[in-house]
Design a protein around this ligand. Structure first.
Ligand code: GFB
Length: 313
């Protein structure tokens, strides 16, 4: 079991998930959290990762470092999403194993599942159908990460586990309108339209795709729960168990930001997967459930955006 004094490496501690993990573990009293800024350690560069592990010798690793982004970023930077992620995860998994890390948690994504997977999506649907083309580069990298963890467990009996979070949002998110995910993008669009008194906000696609959103602090809680209570080869979904349409999300954000204008849909932009709702019964069976209702999570994220993130996307 991970102890309060264990040496815990959070790879990607400046990202949405890594920062939430850092906050959560600190609050829980874990005192030896290892982090290194990107400027000092390029995780894509194998010799640097080798040296870092030799020097720091972590006991537990949360692998939250990844090149991530929304539907347009995925389509625009396929090399980054495939190659950077393959390099980062392979380097960290290999050197974790080589230096005797006791347990590693690899973070995947709900986009690993087939585009037309039956809903809600069970873990066993992995690799049963074609992927969604807008994010296949990222998905294939993440599937490779899962398989590498499973291979290490099978060949060497090493404790690597894989959590598959649904779409995430929360404090520390990125609000760049071209590269971000839908929830931060809409928060920013509605907020700016209110301030500038614009008559309408444009939402990409048709508004009909359905998505499930998990507050990132809940994910951090789930990751620590899994690190402590789960040790098996099978991947495990992390979500809320409920979804809504992008149109419904837009109306909710319109209400939270108190924007009075109109919503317009731009159907020249891609919709992506029609629906992505995870089956979370395996995680519920272990005794973990998400806590933060969507409206509350969005409200907290909005307050953080207005206070800290504007002008610094
Ligand atoms: O969050 P998102 O970019 O990614 O888009 P995915 C979700 C849906 O929101 C799509 C629509 O149907 C978008 O067309 N949408 C509406 C918008 N307005 C906007 C907007 O202003 N910005 C954005 N970004 N979307 C991601 C994958 O897929 O899911 C990632 O690309 C990752 O790799 C993540 O796996 C979990 O949910 O479609």
């Amino acid at each position: 079991m991970m102890q309060r004094h264990s040496r815990i490496y959070i790879a990607g501690h400046r990202g949405l998930v890594g920062a939430a993990l850092y906050r959560y573990l600190s609050q829980q009293g874990y005192t030896c959290l290892l982090t290194t800024p990107r400027a000092e350690l390029d995780l894509r560069w194998e010799p640097a990762v080798r040296d870092w592990f030799d020097q720091h010798q972590p006991e537990y690793v949360f692998l939250a470092a990844a090149k991530v982004g929304g539907i347009l970023a995925n389509a625009t930077y396929p090399v980054d999403f495939l190659q950077d992620n393959l390099q980062i995860q392979t380097n960290i998994i290999y050197h974790s194993y080589r230096t005797g890390v006791k347990k590693l948690l690899f973070l995947g994504s709900s986009c690993i599942y087939p585009k037309f997977a039956p809903q809600p999506i069970k873990e066993e649907y992995l690799l049963t159908g074609a992927l969604e083309p807008t994010n296949e580069w990222y998905a294939i990298a993440k599937i490779s990460g899962i398989k590498l963890c499973q291979a290490y467990r099978q060949q060497y009996g090493w404790s690597a586990i894989c959590a598959m979070p649904t779409n995430l949002y929360g404090i520390g998110d990125h609000f760049d309108l071209k590269t971000s995910h839908v929830l931060p993008a809409l928060l920013r669009k509605f907020h700016e339209a209110k301030i500038r008194q614009e008559p309408s906000v444009t939402v990409w696609g048709t508004g009909t795709p359905r998505r499930e959103f998990l507050y990132v602090d809940d994910l951090a809680d789930a990751c620590v729960f899994l690190m402590q209570h789960y040790d098996a080869a099978e991947i495990i979904n992390v979500g809320t168990g409920t979804d809504l349409s992008i149109g419904e999300l837009a109306h909710l954000i319109q209400k939270i930001t108190e924007y009075a204008g109109e919503i317009i849909y731009d159907s020249s932009k891609p919709d992506g997967t029609p629906r992505k709702l995870l089956d979370v019964s395996r995680l519920h069976g272990l005794g973990w459930q998400a806590r933060t209702p969507l409206a509350l999570g969005i409200q907290k994220t909005y307050e953080w955006y207005v206070t800290y993130a504007q002008g610094n996307p």
